[in-house]
Design a protein around this ligand. Structure first.
Ligand code: UDP
Length: 440
């Protein structure tokens, strides 16, 4: 049989961005890992993303069986993702032109995020290909959690509803997302497949703590709490700094851990490139713990295991988290995680077994758990071991690729049978509306 051709649509998150200093997050990792995993299973995958610099080639041979196609839609410059919606009709048309020019008929479209979901449905409508959609984050939750700080276009939630209605299958990354799709968007449960994301357990593996600290220049004595992730208000690293402030009132100075904070928009911690770093530094100063916080800046995925392994415990207490790859990465490095009991974290971290779950926005609860974990080296090692095992058992990328392929095949098999209806075009095109910088 001819290899099946898959169009992976991801307007703002390209795997290529993982190589650079851009503020790439979990969606970039997902698109990279799943497209390569599918190609290893024999699919030919084209990842469609938006050209954000004039010098970028149109087609990048990314991995065997995977091409990244940079489509012209809007100015060839980095734009906030909240400014991209008006360019989506151009993105759709460029995708259709590319397919026609190459003489390709995609067997299936896999949309990532709401805007690419719209593009995938539009292309599916015109070509007859079925659509699988994964949102990575939903507008209703973002609005609820961020209120006026949510700069998503006004059309977002309506478009999400239409995509949910129109796509043949929806991927939810955790039970919380499945609930959101059903309760907030009236998605039909039978359309949803629960396929959690994963971690590369070769790349993220435990290293000797002494060696790790030596390598990254962290003192051998004293304990280290490590945060890895984007520096955004919603990740609430401020909550971690506040917890450190509380510990500082309870513990003698020599027993205080340091906070190693990895992430940001540049390789050096720069409060201009990453304003949240400035906010955190000010807060730490105010709470008398500035000398205990070390900002590192952005690091490449291949280096991160050294940072996780230098830590005694990893921490992540966002207000909400659609999935959250960093807790899994820390777990793969055999580090316990203290994380917010929200979204995907409630699913990946098992409270009391691989770390602890705490309510978000409660520095006292976080300080309490950190004290517990840091005060018990044997318990900590047990949690860390269990964490690595949980990842190996449940959260690896080859399994995600296999489950995604199984989803594709069941859908394509169903469509091969003659009795089947198609939903009518339900999607309206974006009206020109752009907004200011995104916060998430
Ligand atoms: N990351 C990175 N370098 C950094 C900080 C983060 O490569 O300096 C990666 C991190 O390892 C993870 C991703 O960015 O794979 C963040 O994904 P996550 O799902 O945790 O959060 P998101 O950024 O999507 O909200």
């Amino acid at each position: 049989m001819m290899a099946r051709r898959i169009a992976f649509v991801s307007e703002h998150a390209s795997p290529v961005a993982l190589l650079g200093g851009a503020d790439a997050g979990g969606q970039n990792v997902y698109v990279d890992e799943v497209s390569r995993g599918l190609a290893r299973l024999g699919y030919l995958v084209d990842v469609f993303t938006r050209r954000d610099s004039a010098g970028t080639p149109s087609i990048v041979a990314w991995a065997p069986g995977v091409r990244v196609v940079n489509l012209d839609a809007g100015p060839p410059a980095v734009l906030s993702k909240d400014a991209l919606w008006p360019w989506m009709p151009a993105f759709r048309d460029a995708l259709l032109r590319f397919a026609a020019g190459e003489g390709i008929r995609y067997d299936l479209l896999h949309g990532n995020f709401w805007m690419s979901g719209w593009v995938a449905c539009e292309v599916g409508e015109r070509t007859g290909a079925p659509v699988v959609q994964i949102f990575h984050a939903t507008g209703v939750t973002k609005k609820r959690e961020q209120g006026p700080a949510d700069t998503s276009p006004d059309d977002r939630i309506g478009v999400e509803r239409a995509v949910i209605h129109r796509a043949e299958r929806l991927i939810a990354q955790c039970p919380a997302e499945e609930r959101e799709l059903v309760c907030d968007y009236d998605a039909m449960a039978h359309k949803i497949a629960l396929i959690p994301s994963a971690v590369d357990t070769e790349r993220y593996r435990p290293e000797d703590q002494r060696e790790a600290r030596h390598r990254i220049g962290v003192p051998q004595d004293g304990q280290v709490v490590v945060y890895v992730g984007r520096m955004l208000p919603r990740k609430d690293v401020r909550n971690v700094v506040r917890a450190l402030g509380r510990l500082n009132q309870a513990l003698p100075r020599e027993e205080m851990p340091m906070l190693l904070a990895v992430g940001g928009d540049s390789p050096h911690p720069d409060p201009i490139a990453t304003p949240e770093i400035g906010e955190l530094a000010r807060l730490a100063d105010e709470l008398g713990v500035r000398d205990l916080v070390r900002f590192v800046g952005r690091r490449q995925p291949d280096e991160l295991r050294w940072y996780y392994s230098a830590g005694d415990v990893a921490v992540t207490t966002p207000w909400y988290e659609p999935f959250g790859l960093t807790p899994l990465e820390a777990m793969a490095c055999a580090r316990p995680v203290v994380g917010s009991d929200v979204g995907g974290i409630s699913y990946t971290v098992v409270d009391g077994e691989t770390g602890f779950l705490v309510p978000p926005r409660e520095p006292a609860a976080l300080a309490d758990r950190l004290r517990l974990v840091l005060g018990d080296s044997e318990g900590r090692a047990r949690l860390g071991e269990a964490a690595r095992h949980r990842v190996l058992d449940h959260f690896t990328w080859p399994v995600v690729a296999e489950r995604t392929a199984a989803l594709y095949e069941s859908l394509l098999g169903e469509r091969a049978s003659p009795i089947r209806g198609r939903s009518a075009g339900l999607l309206s095109a974006p009206a020109g509306n752009t907004r200011e910088e995104s916060v998430a």
